[in-house]
Design a protein. Structure first.
Length: 102
């Protein structure tokens, strides 16, 4: 009877050891899977952030080009206005010289 009890205790201990070992294996599997998921999330986040940065840069470049174009157009208008004003003054000066000579 004592031998049966000892055998039953040893079997229970062995079964408990197997259960603990299986639990450790499952925990390791879960940990490994979670690490893979975390890395995938990091990679996706990094890619998303890079894409957002590229898009922001592209928008800023487009805005810069638009502002440069607007400034160029404004500058061209101002240059045309100054030329027209100078031409008018030149004509007035020529007329004044001609009148003075007449």
């Amino acid at each position: 009877m004592i031998e049966e009890t000892i055998r039953a205790v040893k079997e229970a201990e062995a079964k408990a050891d197997e259960t603990v070992a299986e639990a450790k294996r499952k925990a390791d599997e879960i940990l490994t899977e979670n690490e893979k998921r975390i890395q995938a999330l990091r990679d996706r986040t990094k890619a998303d952030m890079a894409k957002a940065a590229r898009e922001a840069k592209d928008r800023e470049e487009a805005d810069g080009r638009d502002q440069l174009l607007a400034a160029d157009q404004e500058s061209a208008k101002e240059a045309d206005r100054i030329r027209a004003e100078a031409a008018s003054k030149k004509e007035d000066a020529v007329d004044a010289v001609i009148r003075a000579l007449i």
